[in-house]
Write a protein that binds this ligand. Structure first.
Ligand code: FAD
Length: 375
């Protein structure tokens, strides 16, 4: 499979200790060239794709980065020119402009990545661990006969990666030993995007059109777009919110869960939920945090009526400050909480809501509107 693995258990939330392996790896970072699969929306590259660019820079400062954007129309052109003006030096935007790529269908994208790799011979291909990246990258890897490394949280050398396993309870050090390209999905929360500069770079990266003449109609029709549903809410996006308020089974009903929503409103926070709360029908599945839900790492994570099962912790334990309210003093959530309150959430939540001032909650866009960060 082209990958060697070493495990170490995660005794605490610090990730130190893998440097023992450093001397084993040949460093060839000068020759890294990386294809980044870019997601865009409303004329801007998504924050998760900016994290993928940050990961490419973590492979090597000199890495030559090609950001692949696909779609059609003015929104694609706008995203490309926004990206071009702020990409790191030694980068380019690759534009795959076709009506057949209007919707980000995984099968078509995988074929596109395959074709672009055949021409570009990149050393690395990176996508964010978003639904899109998780859908596309393994398919493209299969077409390229490469074993992908998923959910990477640290890049210590160009072919040496750290990724969590066993619901985040152990960290696995993986050395990729196969043929090029090395294919990764990265956790956006582990590769923060540098601050956005006030002005754009003066030297815009070149924008090149991908030659789609060999991209047959049959490939473009491999799957069919039906519809795209998303919840239009004023709340911040769960994946990138600075504050997340989460409710668990302890809320007992969808009606009671409104207390969580009310507190989130007051704090300008995103709402999260455990799988038990989702399965009980309190909230939709897209709010689930954890191993099989979203991975979040906000500045503040507040958990109400959440036991702290390992699968839930896998999605939030990297939050900077964790506050937990649970009536059971032995609940495992208190082992990761920075502040814990043993109490009845039906008393604590209304009191908190009442005492906090009203906050006008504007949803920050998941996408960066006009400029990318300086690298
Ligand atoms: C393969 C797999 C994947 C999974 N993926 C996920 C995942 O992605 N995310 C996830 O969350 N789970 C996941 N789970 C489920 C997980 O194992 C737990 O079942 C789930 O997280 C429990 O949710 P909970 O804490 O809301 O419920 P419970 O474990 O039932 O805990 C409810 C808590 O509420 C407290 N409580 C009750 N009433 C009150 C009150 N009035 N005041 C204060 N506290 C109160 C209780 O003391 C208890 O600690 C997964 C499981 C498996 C097997």
């Amino acid at each position: 499979m082209g990958a060697l693995m070493m495990l170490r258990t995660l005794k605490n939330r610090s990730f130190s200790g893998f440097s023992l392996l450093r001397h084993l790896s040949p460093t060839n970072s000068r020759f890294a060239s990386t294809l980044v699969l870019g997601e865009h929306e409303s004329g801007s590259v998504k924050a998760s794709s900016l994290s993928a660019i940050a990961a490419a820079k973590a492979i090597s400062e000199e890495n030559s980065i090609s950001l692949l954007l696909a779609g059609t129309g003015p929104s694609l052109q706008e995203a490309a020119s926004n990206a071009a003006s702020s990409l790191p030096s030694n980068s380019q935007v690759l534009l795959a402009d076709s009506e057949g790529l209007k919707h980000p269908l995984a099968e078509t994208w995988a074929e596109l990545v395959h074709m672009v790799q055949q021409k570009g011979s990149y050393s690395h291909i990176i996508a964010a661990s978003s639904s899109f990246g998780k859908n596309v990258l393994p398919r493209a890897a299969a077409l390229l006969d490469v074993s992908p490394i998923t959910d990477v949280t640290e890049i210590s050398e160009p072919r040496l990666f750290i990724r969590p396993i066993y619901a985040g309870n152990a960290l696995c050090t993986v050395r990729y030993t196969g043929a090029n390209p090395t294919m990764l999905t990265i956790r956006p929360t582990s590769f923060p995007v540098p601050n956005i500069p006030s002005s754009k770079n003066s030297d815009a990266a070149p924008i090149s059109q991908v030659d789609l003449s060999t991209f047959s109609e049959a490939i473009l029709r491999k799957s069919r777009y039906v519809k795209h549903t998303f919840q239009d809410t004023e709340r911040p996006d769960l994946g990138s919110a600075k504050v997340v308020v989460t409710g668990g089974r302890g809320l007992k009903s969808a009606d009671n869960f409104k207390l969580i929503e009310k507190l989130a409103e007051k704090l300008g926070a995103a709402v999260g939920a455990t799988r038990a709360a989702v399965d009980a029908g309190f909230v939709p599945n897209e709010l689930q945090v954890g191993q099989t839900g979203k991975i979040v790492a906000p500045d503040l994570y507040m958990a109400f009526g959440v036991s702290g099962a390992i699968q839930h912790l896998a999605g939030m334990k990297d939050s900077k400050v964790i506050v937990a309210v649970n009536k059971d003093a032995d609940a495992p959530i208190f082992q990761v909480a920075d502040y814990g309150l043993v109490g009845d959430l039906f008393e604590v939540l209304p009191e908190l809501i009442e005492k906090l001032p009203e906050k006008k909650n504007k949803k920050p866009k998941d996408v960066i509107p006009s400029s990318l960060p300086a690298y």
